[in-house]
Ligand binder design. Structure first.
Ligand SMILES: *Cc1c(COP(=O)(O)O)cnc(C)c1O
Length: 253
């Protein structure tokens, strides 16, 4: 085979956004079927950090309206180019105190609230006239030193206090477990997060959300009750490196 043909074949065999979305939707349906859950009860959130606006547009045209971002400025830049679309923006990155005002103004959800102080700031800084911002508390379910999130021990007091805040609505819990290639191992931390949510509800809270599951563990998360899955690479393809300036490029759609 000549070099030219080789290149052409590998180019045309790259999956499109549409093909990736079909595969992700098929995984969601398969897992929902196994779990005897309605596929509509599992929200698909495109984890679009460092992905180009054109990919978001392509997904929006195919019916994906929820996008999760990790960096505030990157999100504002993207939102400015997507004003014609009715999208729901989720903050899923580490929340710094000095970014809460901007997050409260420009996002609909925050999945990664990891201390009461952040919930209090989001509540106080939510613009008047807008509904409370939906939040999840991030739990560091495996007590990893490098990872954000509340410990299971600290969770109940923070959850009860956050419920009292007027400018936020506590919807549920979020976690990012350690990667594992074993489907049974993958399920364990998700089951623990669900148990923590159920326990809070038994204490009188009304949490309807479990934000858990990424490209590599989507099925395990759905089997354990995920209501939002946050999918990056399986939907967009590999992330362009943040260092190369590729964020603003429109390649790779
Ligand atoms: C990047 C990211 C994801 C998506 O990860 P993939 O493995 O690419 O699906 C999900 N959640 C959070 C918090 C992320 O930062």
């Amino acid at each position: 085979m000549s070099f030219k043909q080789d290149q052409a074949i590998s180019f045309y065999s790259l999956p499109t956004v549409q093909q990736r979305l079909e595969q992700v939707r098929a995984s969601i349906s398969r897992a929902a079927y196994r779990a005897r859950r309605a596929p509509e009860d599992i929200g698909l959130l495109g984890a679009s950090k460092s992905q180009p606006v054109a990919s978001i547009r392509a997904l929006a045209a195919l019916g994906v309206c929820d996008f999760g971002e990790n960096f505030v400025q990157e999100t504002l830049d993207k939102q400015a180019e997507l004003l014609d679309l009715a999208l729901t923006w989720h903050f899923i990155g580490r929340v710094q105190s000095n970014k809460t005002r901007s997050i409260a103004q420009h996002f609909d959800w925050v999945h990664s609230v990891d201390r009461l102080h952040i919930a209090q700031r989001l509540s106080a800084q939510r613009p008047a006239g807008r509904p409370p911002i939906d939040i999840c508390l991030q739990v560091n379910i495996q007590n990893e030193p490098s990872k954000a999130g509340l410990s299971l021990e600290a969770l109940p007091a923070v959850a009860h206090a956050a419920t009292e805040l007027k400018g936020v609505r506590l919807r549920g819990l979020m976690a990012i477990p350690k990667p594992s290639s074993d489907p049974q191992q993958q399920r364990r931390p998700f089951a623990q997060l669900r148990a923590a949510r159920d326990q809070l509800n038994a204490q009188g809270l009304t949490l309807d959300t479990l934000s858990m599951g990424m490209s590599a563990d989507i099925e395990a998360a759905i089997l354990e009750g995920a209501t939002w899955v946050r999918i990056g690479t399986a939907l967009f393809g590999p992330r362009p490196s943040r260092d190369t300036g590729a964020i603003a490029s429109t390649d790779g759609v």
